[in-house]
Design a protein around this ligand. Structure first.
Ligand code: V47
Ligand code: SF4
Length: 387
């Protein structure tokens, strides 16, 4: 692999790209200016090979997935993000839903006896679902199934809950942690830079507010993920600013597990006039994120949004995790035009997807502790699956 990179570097005529590649090869951090050069001038093959070098240095061929399921308490939302195809102002028979605690517990109970390790809880921001409501939900899930890792609530939901409860971020987070919340998903980050954020998500938590909430969680020993919604009206400079803020916070807390670039999908929303990014641009985005975010251990392609074949392709462009939702009733992408209308993949299918591109399938828990190495299993029948 290292010889291939030497060939790539010596074949490079652009002296700027050549010196960036040398930096990456020797494990140095790239600057924002370098990152812009990669976005503007790096070919897919160039950034892809460098990202793959880093991916293989960090993880070899290991490709992680986990067994989880999603609960979406509601799609009623007080905010009005322009890219959102999913939220409704109020619940009605056709399009809006709001689940009671018992209904959500029934979803949890439907996985009894199945080897699921995580529940992922995210939804719209319902004016009546407050901190006390979610504390009760988490406590009940925890009491029913203490081994299940509860990953829940975007910084957008948390900011609203804490403000309504008139609590500081630290106090609110502590209450949720005490109830049994173990980590935070990466949603709600969008693009931090106010020039873009104000246009696409102007009424919800600011970029600084999002970062402050994740910092508070990290300070309590909780881990979290970070996303970035790209491929709409932002410029490369905004993507770099976004990743810069994440890299800085990660230097401080080391609390992020995974970065998840989310490709903007344009169906059924107020930004349907904005064209979607190409697959080439998506793969360049993954690769450059892998190169720039040198302190993030993992890079995830969320297959229900990207589609399974593109997620498979991303494994050659820096990605080492393809989520692994066993049964994803998430509507946020299907309503925005994703290929995956009812996203669900069995463990067997996930393992096959990873094996087809000669990588090593590893089932992990939320914190990336390895549960099972599927490359050691010869007999397909031994791949037990949960659904
Ligand atoms: O914040 C909304 C995005 C996010 C669209 O942490 C859209 O493991 C594309 O963050 N086109 C929520 N994206 C989902 C999320 C997530 C998903 C899976 C795993 C994890 C994790 C986190 O969905 C929102 C927003 O950025 N989104 N609408 C759209 N039209
Ligand atoms: Fe509400 Fe989230 Fe949709 Fe924004 S993206 S409108 S916060 S559900």
């Amino acid at each position: 692999m290292s010889e291939n990179i030497d060939i790539l570097i010596s074949a490079q005529n652009d002296s700027g790209l050549k010196s960036i590649a040398q930096k990456i090869k020797s494990g140095q951090r790239i600057s924002d200016e370098d990152c812009l050069v990669l976005f503007e001038h790096g070919s897919l093959a160039f950034v892809g090979s460098l990202a793959n070098l880093i991916r293989e240095k960090l993880h070899g061929d290991k490709t992680y997935f986990n067994r989880n399921f999603h609960i979406e308490p509601t799609n009623v939302c007080v905010f009005s993000c322009k890219f959102c195809s999913y939220s409704r102002l109020y619940a009605n028979k056709e399009e809006g839903w709001e689940l009671s605690i018992d209904q959500m517990l029934d979803i949890v109970k439907s996985y009894d006896g199945k080897p699921i390790t995580e529940v992922h809880i995210v939804g719209g921001v319902h004016p009546k679902m407050n901190l006390a409501y979610f504390i009760e939900l988490i406590q009940k899930i925890h009491a029913h199934r203490p081994d299940l890792h509860v990953k829940g609530f975007t910084a957008v939901e948390l900011d609203y809950m804490f403000r309504k409860a008139k609590l500081s971020t630290e106090e609110g987070m502590l209450q949720l942690k005490t109830a049994g919340l173990q980590s935070l998903p990466g949603g709600g980050a969008e693009i931090f830079h106010p020039e873009i954020r104000e246009q696409i998500a102007g009424d919800k938590v600011t970029g600084d507010g999002w970062l402050q909430i994740h910092e508070a969680a990290h300070n309590l020993g909780m881990h979290s993920n970070a996303t970035m919604l790209y491929g709409h009206i932002e410029r490369y400079e905004h993507r770099i600013d976004h990743m810069h803020r994440l890299r800085d916070l990660q230097d401080k807390t080391k609390g992020f597990n995974t970065f998840i670039p989310l490709k903007f999908r344009n169906s059924n929303n107020d930004m349907s006039n904005v064209p979607e990014s190409t697959i080439t641009e998506d793969m360049r985005m993954y690769a450059i994120a892998r190169i720039y975010l040198d302190n993030f251990p993992h890079l995830k392609a969320y297959w229900p949004m990207l589609g399974r074949q593109n997620a498979q392709l991303s494994l050659s462009f820096g990605v080492n995790d393809i989520d692994g939702t066993i049964d994803d009733s998430t509507k946020i992408y299907s309503m925005a035009g994703s290929e995956e209308q009812t996203p669900a993949m069995s463990t067997e299918q996930l393992v096959t997807l990873i094996r087809q591109v000669k990588r090593q399938p590893i089932e992990r828990d939320t914190l990336y502790r390895e549960i099972k190495d599927y490359s050691l299993i010869e007999n397909e029948n031994e791949i037990a699956f949960a659904n």
